[in-house]
Design a protein around this ligand. Structure first.
Ligand SMILES: Cc1cc2nc3c(=O)[nH]c(=O)nc-3n(C[C@H](O)[C@H](O)[C@H](O)COP(=O)(O)OP(=O)(O)OC[C@H]3O[C@@H](n4cnc5c(N)ncnc54)[C@H](O)[C@@H]3O)c2cc1C
Length: 384
C-alpha cells in the first residue's frame, strides 16, 4: 500500500503522526526530518477549552493570566479555557507512545529537497507517496506578510522569588511603544525561573533591533519584576512572518501543514492549538473520505480582522494596547480567547470591538479592500 509521507517532524509533523496513529488506517506513515530544529529543546504555550489527544504532554495548566494594560494590572480568569505549557521532549514522548507500537509508523532522518506529484525527494532519493503532508517546503509564492512578529526571549533565573508561579503574564505593555507595538510576556516555571519575552509587531521587512529588545528585557526585569539580580540561562529569538491571507494549502497529493500551511494566527503568532485541531481534522477526513482535504473552513472575516489589526498597529504602535484593552476588558478572558480562536459570533465580536477607536480600523479596512480588489484571493486547492 502506498505510504503517507510527513515532511518535517516538528510540531505539526509529529502532531499529525499522533492523530493518524489513532485514526486506525493501515497506510505506512513516514516522518522525515533533517534535525535542523531540535523538537526536544522547544516549548509551546497555548490556551484550549477542550480535551486533546496530546494533553498528557502538558507540564503545566493555568486557570488565570495576568495582563497589564492602560496603566492597570489585572489577573483575569480564563473561564472555560485553560492555558497550558508543552515541552518538546514531553510532546515527543507522548507521540512516541502512540506511534511506536505501530509497525507501519517510521521516522527517517533526511533532508527534504523538494516535493513532487508522487512523493518527495529526500537527500536526492525519490520516496513515493500517496499523500504528502508538507511542513517544510511550503507554497512557491506565499501571500505577502502583513507584519513580522519579532521576539527575543530570555530563560531567566532570578535572585529573589520574583515570579508568580501560578500566573503567566500574557502581555505587559510597560515597555516602550516608540518604535513598534510591543509587550513583554512572562511564562513562569517557578518563583525563581521564567521565560521572559519581548514581543514586537513590526512592518514587514523593518530592520530588527536586537539591542533595543535586550535593553527592554533588562529594564523590565530590573524595574517591573524587580528580580534583585538575575542570570540569563538561555536566550531565544525568532522572526515570524504574519500573513492574514491563507496560502494555497492543497494541490494534487500534497497538503501543507503547520506554519507553511498558514496555521500561524496572524494577530497573535500562536499556532499550537490550531495545529492540534488541524491534525485531528486531517486524520478524520482521511478516515471518512480516503483523502485529507475535507477540512473545516473558518469564516473569512477573521482574516480580515487580523490583517486590519496588523495594518493599524504597524502604523500606530500605541493602538495595540488599546485593542487588547478592549478585548480583555471583561471579567474573564473567555470572550477574547473565543474570538482569537475564530469561534465567536458576530454579535459577540461587536461587543468586543466596542471601546476600540473606529477611525484607524475603518481606514485600514478601506486600504485592504482596495488592495484585495487588485489581487486575486488565494483559493484552497481541492483534490483532483
Ligand atoms: C521560537 C518560537 C516559539 C514559539 N512559541 C509558540 C508558543 O508558545 N505557542 C504557539 O502556539 N506557537 C508558538 N510558535 C509558533 C508555532 O507554534 C511554531 O512555529 C511551530 O513550531 C510551527 O510548527 P511547524 O511544524 O510548522 O514547524 P516546526 O515545528 O519548526 O517544524 C519543522 C520541522 O521541519 C524540519 N525541517 C526543516 N526543513 C527541513 C527539510 N528541508 N527537510 C527535512 N526536515 C526539515 C525541522 O527540523 C523541524 O523539526 C513559536 C514559534 C517560534 C519560532
Amino acid at each position: 500500500m502506498m505510504r503517507i509521507v510527513i515532511a518535517g517532524g516538528g510540531l505539526s509533523g509529529v502532531s499529525l503522526a499522533a492523530h493518524l496513529a489513532v485514526a486506525d488506517h493501515r497506510r505506512p506513515v513516514v516522518v522525515v526530518d533533517d534535525g535542523s530544529r531540535d523538537l526536544r529543546s522547544r516549548t509551546w504555550a497555548s490556551w484550549t477549552d477542550r480535551p486533546g489527544l496530546l494533553d498528557a504532554a502538558a507540564c503545566r495548566w493555568f486557570d488565570q493570566v495576568r495582563v497589564h494594560l492602560n496603566g492597570e494590572t489585572k489577573v483575569v480568569r480564563l473561564g472555560a479555557y485553560r492555558y497550558r505549557v508543552v515541552r518538546g521532549g514531553d510532546l515527543a514522548d507522548a507521540v512516541a507512545r502512540l506511534t511506536n507500537p505501530l509497525r507501519h509508523f517510521t521516522s527517517l532522518r533526511g533532508h527534504v529537497d523538494r516535493i513532487e506529484r508522487d512523493g518527495v525527494i529526500v537527500d536526492g532519493e525519490h520516496v513515493r507517496a500517496k499523500w504528502v503532508f508538507d511542513s517544510v517546503i511550503g507554497p512557491g509564492s506565499p501571500p505577502p506578510a502583513d507584519a513580522s512578529l519579532v521576539f527575543r526571549g530570555w530563560h531567566v533565573r532570578s535572585e529573589r522569588a520574583a515570579f508568580d508561579a501560578e500566573t503567566p503574564t500574557l502581555f505587559d505593555f510597560r515597555t516602550s511603544q516608540l518604535n513598534s507595538a510591543s509587550f513583554v510576556y512572562v511564562l513562569p516555571f517557578d518563583a525563581h525561573h521564567a521565560l521572559v519575552e519581548h514581543t514586537a509587531f513590526t512592518a514587514p521587512g523593518a530592520p530588527e533591533s536586537p539591542s533595543d529588545q535586550e535593553e527592554a528585557l533588562a529594564e523590565y526585569l530590573t524595574e517591573v519584576v524587580r528580580t534583585g539580580g538575575h542570570e540569563v540561562e538561555r536566550a531565544e529569538r525568532a522572526v515570524l512572518p504574519l500573513r492574514a491571507a491563507q496560502p494555497v494549502r492543497a494541490g494534487g497529493t500534497v497538503l501543507r501543514i503547520g506554519a507553511e500551511g498558514g496555521l500561524l494566527k496572524a494577530s497573535t503568532g500562536f499556532a499550537y492549538q490550531r495545529i492540534q485541531r488541524d491534525s485531528a481534522a486531517i486524520a478524520d477526513s482521511l478516515r471518512r473520505n480516503g483523502h485529507p482535504f475535507d477540512l473545516p473552513v473558518t469564516p473569512a472575516r477573521f482574516r480580515t480582522f487580523d490583517g486590519t489589526l496588523l495594518d493599524v498597529v504597524t502604523r500606530e504602535p500605541a493602538q495595540l494596547e488599546r485593542a487588547f484593552g478592549a478585548l480583555f476588558r471583561r471579567r474573564t478572558a473567555e470572550p477574547a480567547l473565543r474570538f482569537l480562536d475564530e469561534e465567536s459570533s458576530v454579535a459577540g465580536e461587536w461587543r468586543l470591538f466596542a471601546g476600540m477607536p473606529a477611525a484607524p480600523y475603518l481606514a485600514a479596512a478601506r486600504r485592504r479592500l482596495a488592495h484585495e480588489g487588485r489581487t486575486a484571493p488565494a483559493e484552497w486547492g481541492r483534490p483532483h
